[in-house]
Design a protein around this ligand. Structure first.
Ligand SMILES: Nc1ncnc2c1ncn2[C@@H]1O[C@H](COP(=O)(O)OP(=O)(O)OP(=O)(O)O)[C@@H](O)[C@H]1O
Ligand SMILES: [Mg+2]
Length: 323
């Protein structure tokens, strides 16, 4: 099945997974690890893979470098069947890389470079405007991680998409700058141009400076069209005006949660677009994320049928749960 294309505008990079790492080498010491693998990553990398598996054509707009990592990234996208038309290769820049050291217990230490992400800005996004013009929805991701694609910078772009009748979804991730007043002010100025705001619980609490999730949701839902809060093992919460709908996540044996929120977003937008009610959207997205994060090693991303099977197993298919 093929659905309408989804514009994904934001951070695309590679992650290098190295492990297991028992301890870090001292200066001038060399240790051996069993495995190292490169993965298509960044919010856009995870979103595009989840989208392809659901039959959605991802239209990614981002910036990468003209280095070997950039070659790998373009090659990997093409191999998966995603178009690289909106991915700009910037001369002289490095591709953003996350190096993820995985400890034997699964915990991770991460070292990242920004590289070509420093140059991602609304001018780049506008240059690829025709490419995304027929996407019914666009998700703007990684805004806090992209120095020139923050909430202030992207507001006119979001408003432009909106005026053209496109749904604007927004998942800026964690603010590495520490959730200062500038982040708060810029985000609250952007949210009226956002139809679907998708923070996780900790991000929303940090943004609003609240201790109570409900108070934080009230603040965000007063300005954004709808707010969908990702809550890890607790599932997700939908808020629109005074309406609240919660859906617990199916219990899964978690193996690797990286990208959980990103694939959740794509699942939510897919279910929303096909007309599912809010509770079913949350159930679909929870089930999709659960399938992704419970796989050890190299991942595959689930089809619509596989997500729906997982939803039925979790008694979350829109019918009353069987006793
Ligand atoms: N331990 C878990 N058990 C079951 N489901 C989970 C678990 N952790 C995450 N999920 C699923 O993944 C979704 C997104 O996870 P989370 O709330 O951690 O988002 P996030 O922090 O934005 O993720 P990311 O690290 O990708 O940014 C959850 O809403 C839930 O559906
Ligand atoms: Mg997230």
């Amino acid at each position: 099945m093929s659905d309408a294309p989804l514009a994904i505008v934001g951070n695309l990079n590679l992650d290098l997974w190295v492990g297991p790492v028992e301890r870090f080498p001292r200066t001038d010491e060399e240790l051996l690890a069993d495995s190292a693998r490169l993965e298509l990553a960044g919010s856009a990398g995870y979103m595009l893979q989840a989208a392809l598996a659901l039959g959605i054509e991802p239209r990614v707009v981002s910036t990468i470098g003209d280095d070997a990592f950039g070659d790998v990234l373009r090659h990997e996208m093409a191999r998966l069947g995603a178009t690289v038309r909106g991915v700009e290769t910037l001369p002289g820049e490095e591709t953003s890389l996350g190096i993820i050291f995985v400890a034997p217990d699964g915990s991770r230490a991460i070292l990242s470079t920004l590289g070509a992400h420093k140059a991602m800005d609304p001018v780049v996004a506008r240059r690829h405007d025709a490419f995304v013009a027929d996407c019914p929805a666009a998700i703007l991701c990684g805004a806090y991680l992209l120095p020139r694609f923050g909430p202030d910078a992207i507001r006119p772009y979001a408003e432009h998409l909106r005026r053209r009748g496109q749904l604007v979804a927004f998942d800026p991730s964690w603010d590495p700058a520490g959730w200062g007043e500038a982040t708060r002010t810029a985000t609250f100025r952007l949210l009226p141009a956002v139809d679907v705001y998708l923070p996780n619980e900790f991000e929303l609490l940090a943004l609003t400076g609240r201790d109570s999730l409900e108070e934080a949701v009230v603040e965000a839902a007063a300005v954004a069209g709808e707010v969908v809060v990702k809550r890890g093992a607790a599932g997700a919460l939908y808020a629109r005006g005074d309406e609240r709908i919660a859906a617990p996540a199916p219990p899964v044996a978690v193996s690797n949660t990286i990208g959980a929120g990103d694939v959740f977003d794509v699942g939510y937008l897919y279910a929303r677009r096909r007309g599912d009610a809010p509770r079913e959207r949350l159930c679909f997205a929870n089930a999709l994320a659960g399938l992704v994060i419970s796989q050890p090693g190299r991942r595959t991303y689930p089809s619509v049928g596989e997500v729906e099977t997982a939803m039925r197993r979790a008694a979350c298919a829109g019918e009353e749960a069987p006793a």
